[in-house]
Design a protein around this ligand. Structure first.
Ligand code: SAM
Length: 337
């Protein structure tokens, strides 16, 4: 029997799963005639998943998120029987071979045997796709299943900046079947671009924006999942075994984030813009300081339309180094003029 998983069965910094009721309520009470929603910093796709009764556009700069978003939201048909057969075969793999994963990651985040299994599975998916035995959606479902399975057992505290040196490494890696939505809009589209470029090409009734808040790059935190998703088998270095990430660094984690944000808002074509941004500007350690000030957010959004701010208290992610209290996740809703 294959087990199953859903979109939120994954650890992801800043994911909005818990905020979904709040987000939905704001949209329902304050926006009219929403037929399309663009989640342009989609991450796991959690927010898009709250709008599956509408046309959804997802986007993320990381290919690991892009493939998961295709698995959840792309309207392309897929062969469920074939996927289940492949997942069962993958779960039965019980060898130890030398491949990219075992050569580079043995006994770091995973045992050598598990690395060998990940390397074998990912290579097989690539070959099946290159030989047109599976389509893009089927590839995405298999890669998503692998990413979620890896995430369940990696010896990390949820991100891959480091692994626990004396952590107990798991003995088994089990791929499960995603519980895909039965009805999704046939016009859904998924992208893997810089959001600032994407907004020049798309239109939606509501554009939801959830950029990184601070200097912490998602490509650093999730390099291993990204490496497996991209599968270019790049050289890795350092204790954390990261590959080169120059082309996937986010401008939203840098000092010029305010200007990049202004450029994004200027180019958005939507009736409503909903922005998530927390209030860590002057709290916590330097790394967690927000990159865009409230003054900049308000100035930029007010140039575009009428702005309302909503907030909800939440418990912040705490690395143990800083004690942060009274955090509020804020939502800025801009009714575009
Ligand atoms: C706060 S997370 C989004 C979390 C998401 N709402 C969820 O619930 O899972 C920010 C996301 O933006 C992506 N990102 C960062 N810079 C980007 C850019 N310039 N264009 C597109 N995506 C970007 C990151 O890879 C990350 O997944």
């Amino acid at each position: 029997m294959l087990s199953t998983f859903n979109i939120s069965s994954r650890r992801y910094l800043g994911n909005k799963t818990k905020l979904l009721p709040f987000i939905k309520e704001i949209v329902e009470k304050n926006c009219t005639n929403i037929t399309s929603v663009a989640d342009i910093f989609a991450g796991t796709g959690a927010v898009a998943s709250a709008f599956t009764n509408k046309k959804i556009i997802t986007n993320d700069i990381l290919q690991s998120n892009y493939l998961c978003n295709i698995a959840w939201f792309s309207p392309q048909k897929y062969n469920k029987v074939l996927i289940e057969k492949l997942l069962r075969e993958y779960n039965a793999y019980d060898k130890t071979e030398i491949n990219y994963m075992s050569a580079n990651f043995s006994n770091t985040y995973f045992k050598e045997k598990i690395c060998s299994k990940i390397g074998f599975i990912r290579e097989d998916i690539e070959n099946l796709r290159n030989n047109s035995k599976i389509n893009q959606k089927e590839k995405a479902i298999l890669v998503a299943s692998l990413i979620y399975a890896m995430d369940r057992i990696a010896t990390t505290c949820g991100h891959y900046d480091a692994y626990r040196k004396n952590g107990k490494l798991a003995d088994t890696l089990t791929l499960a079947m995603p519980l895909l939505y039965e009805k999704i809009n046939t016009e859904n589209r998924c992208f893997n671009k810089d959001a600032n470029e994407l907004v020049k090409e798309i239109e939606a009734d509501l554009v939801y924006i959830d950029p990184p808040y601070n200097s912490r790059q998602y490509c650093d935190a999730y390099h291993l999942l990204e490496n497996v998703a991209v599968w270019k088998k790049q050289a890795v270095y350092g204790i954390a075994r990261k590959m080169n990430r120059d082309n996937i660094k986010s401008e939203y984690c840098k000092h010029n984030a305010g200007e990049v944000f202004a450029d994004l808002i200027r180019n958005i074509k939507a009736r409503y813009i909903l922005l998530s941004y927390n209030n860590m500007a002057i709290k916590g350690n330097a790394r967690s300081n927000a990159r865009i000030s409230d003054e900049t957010i308000m100035r930029v959004l007010e140039q575009k339309g009428q702005v309302k701010v909503f907030s909800q208290e939440y418990k912040a992610f705490n690395t143990g180094k800083s004690s942060i209290q009274n955090n509020a996740e804020r939502l800025f809703l801009c009714k575009v003029r």
